[in-house]
Each structure stands twice: as C-alpha cells, then as structure tokens.
Design a protein around this ligand. Structure first.
Ligand code: FMN
Length: 469
C-alpha cells in the first residue's frame, strides 16, 4: 500500500534544526479572512433570544440528552449554532486597539479553517434548503431551497457538512497545517455533538464519501468537505422537494494563495475510499449528575488559557479521572499524562490507565517537548495523544490519517468542556517535537499527534464582550 500519509507526517515533524532553518514569516497583509460569506445569498436571521439548552455540561459529555425546548426550527438552529460555533468573546490587541473575535469552538492560531454548511428537511417553520452558517453575525446564508439532505450520505431532518479551508491554516503553519485543519475539524465536530445532545438530540457522523461529489453539491471551490454530521432532531413541517439554487459568491479570503504541495498531496491521497466505513454515533446516558453547571454556560465560557498559574492550585485525582473519562478510550488515540500538580499523585509520566511510567518532575520536559511553551509545564496536567496511525490507515486507507486527527480534536474538545465544567481551563497544543516525544516516552509504535494542557488559567486582561458585524 502506498503511504503518502507517512511521507507527509515525517516531512511535517518539528525538529530544532528545521525550525532554525525556517525562513517563514507571517505576511500580515495577506492574512486570510477568518470569516467566509456567500455574498448575494439571501440571509435568514437566527433569533437572538432562542432558549438555552437544558442540560448539564458533564451530563452532555457522558452522552446525556437535554430536554428539547426550542419552539421551532429557527430557534433550534439558533440555539444549536450559538453553542457550537458562534462568536463568544473578543480580544483587544493592546498596542493597536484592534479587536478580534473568539468563538465557541477553538482553533489553532484562531484562524478557523472550518466552515459549517447544513441541509434541513422538514424543520418546523424553516424553509427546507442548503445553508451556510455566518458566525460573524449569527445568521444563515441560504444557498439553495428544497431537499438537499438526499445525497449527503446520512438521512436526518438536519445534516451538517463541515468543510475546511486549508489555506487559512497554511498561511501561518505551512505544510504542517493539514494536521491542524483535521484537529480543528475534530473540535468542531465534537462541539456540534455536545451542543446537539444538550439540545436533546443524538448525532451520527460519516467521514467516507466522495469528496468531489459533495463539494460539487455544496457549490464550494476552496473548501474541502471533510465530515458529514446528522442531527436526529424532530421534523414537523412539510418538505419541499424541488431544488432551487440561490447561490451566492464566496468572498475572497486573501490577495494571494500560496500553494503547499504536501498538503494537496496528503489530502488528495485521502480521497480514495479503499478501506472500511468510518461512522460514529454519540451514545445515550445512563446517569444523571448533581452539581453540574449548565452546558450553555460552560460551552460559551470556554477559552484557551494563554498560560497557567504554575506552582499554585492543584486539581484532584477525581478531577483527573473525570478528564480521562471525558477523553474516552478506543479508536486510535491514547493519551499519556505528564502529571505536575494533582492532589494525591506523585509528579510523573503516566499512561492513560494512570500507570506510573517515570517518577519525577515533568514540568521542564513537558514544556520543552511542546516547543518550549511554558503553559505545558505550568499546567496541572499535560497530555501527549499517541495515535496508532498504522492501524487507522490499515483499516481506512490513506483517509484513516484524517480520522485519527479528527478523533484527537474531538478528545481535545471534550477535555476543554470537562475542565471548564470543573472550574479550570485548557489549551490545545499542536506544536511539539514529534520524535523527541517518541524517544522520551520510549514508544515502540504510534505517533504523537496532539498535546493538550489543563490547569488554572492566568487572567486574560484583553478579553471583552461579543461584537457582531
Ligand atoms: C489544534 C489546536 C492547536 C493549538 N495549538 C496551540 C499551541 O501550540 N499553543 C497555544 O498557546 N495555543 C494553541 N491552541 C489554542 C488556540 O490558540 C486557541 O484555540 C485560539 O487562539 C482561539 O482561542 P479560544 O480557544 O479561546 O477560542 C491550539 C488550538 C487548537 C484547536
């Protein structure tokens, strides 16, 4: 079997030498717009006063379903997207006074490569059609009317297609950016799963489809379809079957698009559907939880810590266990833990079942391996997510490379929400010295694909309330 993914992965590993040799600089004048608009497409308002979902954050994480409380399709879509992908804060750049938006779903470099498209069929009071979510103003752009669910590969009254715009990430992270696009996709997917569950409905996801057919159907050019997510909500209205294109022209994101052949190549290789189907389902809960903050509050308060208050508070062993439970097992990814400050635990390196592998202070090592980022040492615990990429690609062909990264992103999203629900914070870390991690963990197989840190965040003085355009 050819292994484009292996070449890509090796070529995009961070090493001290490669970073030193890099001549890359950020071309601010050419920074891609993080907001996509389909200009000229009719926009449909999502009501500002939609009710908050009725579900605890930990309950949603454990597969619980909230009690549906939206009165119609518009309210449902509004509450779902408001807790999945909307703007949730702004940050001010002190030197210039410039403000930029932060969203419910996190994104490497806040560059937001993921776009949310969705098709609806029979939602009460909402015209059937194909839409694109416009987070900058919390509105839906109607790209077509009629039944666009048929042909997406999953049947439900509401089906999302998540796409990625690789250039947005490549502008900053160059060839390594494809990894981050896939992580971001995983975060967005899990943000959507959790919000759907909090609103009362389970989801199903598929990653295997004919990329080109889906892109053609969505009428996208610079966006790559990566995931289809069905939301099993109720349909009450009448369905309009006949399709009519209302279109819209995609806004230009930057003056120039710099090509990254390694990204094109690994994505292209993943187009082939040679392996097993990749389908995921969000489960149902068996418990209900006391002292659980509302999901609506936790999801919108979630922020990445800029750094952690090292040397101060610890988390408890029970909290660490809850994090690991939220992270989940199975699939292709296994998190190892650099434990810095967890009550009742010796600082050390642990496997995901909390088996102690190295008994010693891990702060310098965790920060050093994370490209010298202090936050990985100042946290209470930092994770290295180790993926069995050989197994993922043996099962799913080249496309398995995407799936393993989606999974790591989804785990990250659950960690963000779990930590926030327990009163502390997190940060995803895409930058690490790959092979140095492997050597330190003495791995015989597997590749590190994501780092993630949890602890008590330092205060971010530059955060402000939401701005809409
Ligand atoms: C895949 C991924 C990788 C990230 N890598 C880093 C990193 O290496 N260092 C860092 O400080 N933050 C990292 N972040 C955090 C982002 O910078 C953060 O999500 C973004 O600025 C948006 O802020 P928010 O999460 O508060 O919405 C990463 C986030 C994601 C999703």
């Amino acid at each position: 079997m050819s292994a484009v993914w292996r070449r890509y992965h090796e070529a995009t590993k961070h090493t001290v030498e490669r970073l030193r040799r890099s001549r890359h600089f950020l071309d601010w004048a050419n920074m891609p717009d993080p907001f996509r608009h389909y200009e000229g497409a009719p926009v449909v308002d999502l009501p500002a006063d939609a009710p908050a979902p009725l579900c605890g954050a930990l309950e949603a994480l454990r597969g619980g379903l909230g009690r549906p409380n939206a009165r119609d399709g518009a309210e449902f879509l509004s509450q779902l997207l408001f807790h999945t992908a909307a703007i949730s804060a702004t940050r001010v750049v002190a030197a210039t006074g410039h403000r930029y938006a932060l969203r419910v779903n996190p994104s490497s470099g806040n560059l937001h490569p993921t776009e949310f498209h969705f098709a609806t069929r029979g939602l009460k009071g909402w015209p059937d059609g194909l839409y694109h979510y416009r987070p900058s103003s919390h509105m839906a752009e109607q790209r077509a009317t009629g039944d666009w669910v048929s042909g997406l590969g999953l049947e439900a009254p509401l089906v999302f297609v998540l796409t990625t715009i690789a250039w947005r990430e490549a502008w900053k992270y160059q060839s390594r950016a494809y990894r981050y696009c896939c992580h971001d996709m995983g975060h967005a997917w899990e943000a959507l799963n959790l919000a759907a569950r909090a609103c009362g409905y389970g989801t199903r996801a598929r990653g295997d489809f004919r990329d080109d057919e889906l892109s053609r159907m969505l009428g996208v050019t610079d966006e790559w379809a990566m995931l289809v997510v069905a939301v099993d909500c109720e349909a009450k209205g009448t369905a309009i079957r006949e399709r009519r294109w209302t279109g819209g022209t995609p806004n230009r994101l930057s003056e120039e698009i710099v090509p990254y052949p390694l990204i094109e190549e690994v994505h292209e290789a993943g187009r082939e559907l040679t392996g097993e189907r990749w389908e995921q389902r969000a489960g149902a809960a068996e418990h209900s939880y006391k002292d659980d903050e509302p999901f609506a509050v936790v999801a919108r308060r979630r922020r990445s810590a800029l750094d952690f208050r090292g040397g101060e508070r610890s988390i408890t062993l029970e909290q660490l266990r809850t994090l690991l439970e939220a992270a989940g097992r199975g699939g292709f990814v296994d998190p190892w833990a650099y434990v810095h400050r967890v009550e009742g635990m010796e600082p050390g390196l642990y496997r995901s079942n909390l088996e102690l592998v190295r008994r010693e202070d891990q702060r310098v090592v965790a920060a050093g391996l994370s490209l010298g980022q202090d936050l990985a040492g100042n946290s209470c615990v930092t994770f290295s997510m180790i993926a069995d990429l050989e197994r993922a690609t043996a099962l799913h062909g080249e496309r398995g490379y995407r799936y393993a990264h989606f999974e790591a992103g989804a785990i990250g999203q659950r960690l963000y929400i779990a930590a926030e629900a327990m009163g502390f914070q997190s940060t995803g870390i895409g930058a690490f010295y790959d092979d140095a991690v492997h050597r330190y963990l003495e791995l015989e197989q597997g590749q590190v694909i994501y780092h993630f840190a949890c602890g008590y965040a330092v205060k971010d003085e530059r955060l402000g309330p939401v701005d809409h355009d």
